[in-house]
Design a protein around this ligand. Structure first.
Ligand SMILES: Cc1ncc(COP(=O)(O)O)c(C=O)c1O
Length: 449
């Protein structure tokens, strides 16, 4: 056994014991596949700021930050106060509340393209409803999605997420084409055009992340997004930008607005919910109004969106408003600081891996980063196909993850998301841990799969 694995086992007996119990109850011992890793997942007990504690009392510098949702760090006091205040008055009514109007007003100010919106409880629902709106508004069948893109695990979009980027993500799903979905190659205009051509006249919408998230933190070329905009204009199709990771991550608003490309629909989640379950989908008034029960005229019915016993949950709304208020107040300092720290971290991690003799490249932008272990000297990583061909994609979530854990850092995909709680001291701790982890990998090797 490698030394970092035995160190992990020595430090985390309670996580191991919990995993033993969990595996008999939950398939794989987890409720989200990403949380599983070998030999067993790390359990969280509590967290504050940039640190998370496991049930054995070990403290880790956290880069995962709740699936990238916590831009102010764990247990952010303004969110806690806002939530406590709501709890005092009852927390679930199944009736509209003032906070949902206020949140919608605030979001529309930050993201003018979201002329109308609805709230749900997850990003998965938000993207599911967005593609349904696209089909319902256009009355066309085909939705195009980027190979390597992850939009949640809904039946509509669980296709070609992982290499070899073909077909359904597992049994239980129909082949994509039977589901009205075809795949486009991210950042590749020519290949995308061939798929567009094949569905000419039948395209309801195109859904894409302006920066692939779990697909590798690969930013879209602005020219690619402009091309998708043109295709949708030409085809009368709905352009959907999934900004569930990127929304409010790089600026107070969306990445689309930074790129100057206006989608018809936008989906948000993660950061906007302040650490509570939230999905948002919204955009052009005419598209959203296709779901308006007040405007549907017989015999037509509105596009069905917006189920959910817990949609617009008051606790989430309070957390969301507190987060957006804090973001708006601190945006001028926060975003440039996160960007500068992220740049230094990416460069610093690459340097430390190079010094250890393990070729690695960091993808990402501003506060988001992933570390990819390279197969050779080619570090040009622009597409999911590049990552599959040029990097050891499994090793970053196996050996690298354990090596970082053994040095006190919790990372997913070899990196994660910096928050406002990751200041200069945390940056130094991170760089030191990556240096040690790189040395471990150089000394003990890793499976080259
Ligand atoms: C880009 C993107 N879209 C959608 C989702 C699904 O969101 P949720 O996990 O809240 O259902 C995710 C989750 O990671 C995501 O990264």
């Amino acid at each position: 056994m490698r030394s970092y694995e035995s160190r992990y086992r020595d430090l985390t007996p309670r996580s191991s014991a919990l995993d033993e119990r969990a595996r008999g109850l939950l398939p794989g011992g987890i409720s989200h596949n990403l949380r599983r890793f070998d030999p067993y997942p790390l359990y969280a007990a509590r967290a504050e700021g940039a640190r998370v504690l496991d049930p054995d009392g070990n403290s880790y510098l956290d880069l995962w930050m709740g699936h990238y949702a916590l831009v102010f760090g764990h247990a952010f006091p303004p969110v806690r106060r806002a939530v406590e205040q709501v709890l005092a008055g009852g927390w679930h009514f199944g009736m509209p509340v003032e906070a949902e109007v206020v949140l919608a007003e605030r979001l529309r100010r930050a993201v003018p393209a979201m002329e109308k919106m609805r709230f749900c409880t997850s990003g998965t629902e938000a993207t599911m409803y967005a593609v349904r709106l696209a089909r319902g508004f256009t009355r066309k069948p085909w939705v195009l999605k980027a190979a390597g893109g992850w939009h949640g695990a809904s039946t509509d979009l669980s296709f070609a997420v992982k290499p070899p980027f073909r077909g359904a993500e597992g049994p239980g799903l129909l082949p994509p084409r039977e589901q009205g979905v075809d795949l486009i190659a991210f950042n590749d205009v020519e290949a995308t055009e061939r798929v567009v051509e094949a569905h000419r006249g039948g395209i309801a919408g195109i859904i894409v992340e302006p920066m692939l998230g779990s697909g590798g933190f690969l930013p879209a070329d602005p020219a690619y997004l402009r091309y998708l905009r043109e295709v949708c204009d030409r085809e009368g199709a709905v352009l959907i930008f999934d900004e569930i990771i990127t929304g409010f991550r790089f600026r107070y608003g969306t990445l689309a607005d930074a790129y100057g490309v206006r989608p018809d629909l936008t989906t948000l989640g993660k950061i906007v919910g302040g650490g509570f379950p939230l999905g948002v989908y919204g955009g052009r008034r005419e598209v959203m109004d296709a779901a308006d029960p007040l405007q549907a005229k017989a015999p037509d019915r509105p596009v069905l969106v917006g189920g959910g016993t817990f949609s617009c949950h008051p606790v989430t709304l309070a957390a969301a408003l507190a987060t957006l208020e804090a973001l708006e107040a601190s945006r001028a300092e926060l975003y440039p600081a996160l960007e500068a720290r992220g740049e230094r971290l990416r460069r610093g991690v690459e340097e430390r891996f190079a010094a250890a003799g393990v070729p690695a490249a960091c993808t990402g932008r501003a506060s988001l980063f992933m570390t990819h272990l390279l197969r050779g000297g080619d570090r040009d990583l622009r597409t999911p196909a590049d990552l599959a061909a040029k990097t050891f994609s499994a090793a970053k979530d196996r050996e690298l993850r354990l090596a970082l854990l053994a040095h006190g850092v919790f990372a997913v995909h070899g990196g994660g998301a910096l928050s406002a709680a990751h200041g200069e001291p945390e940056l130094q701790v991170l760089l030191e841990a990556y240096a040690r982890a790189a040395e471990d990998l150089a000394r003990e090797g890793f499976e080259q799969g």
